[in-house]
Write a new protein. Structure first.
Length: 95
């Protein structure tokens, strides 16, 4: 199964998908390319019940992408002023 889908295409086409990983970024914009890089690495792992996709970060189509998903993991680079490579975790239901 091709795990790269166009923005707005539903993950619901496959009822076995429990986790949607969305890696945001543009590999032609320096550090912003980390999203597509990580997506390629994750896809190569063939994680069970997981759909890994890349996205350019457009807000509307990004939200449509994860509509009705059981679990979404969003990967994106941020400019935080912190140590490069630092991982920030947020729980959207709690924060």
């Amino acid at each position: 199964m091709d795990q790269k889908r166009s923005p707005g295409e539903s993950h619901k086409a496959d009822p076995n998908i429990e986790i949607l990983v969305v890696a945001v970024g543009n590999e032609f914009k320096g550090d912003d390319g980390i999203g597509p890089f990580v997506a390629r690495k994750l896809k190569s792992k063939n994680l069970p019940k997981t759909l890994v996709t890349s996205h350019d970060g457009d807000g509307t189509s990004l939200m449509e992408l994860w509509t009705d998903a059981q679990m979404v993991i969003l990967l994106d680079a941020v400019s935080s002023g912190g140590q490069p490579g630092k991982i920030f975790r947020f729980n959207a239901l709690r924060q």
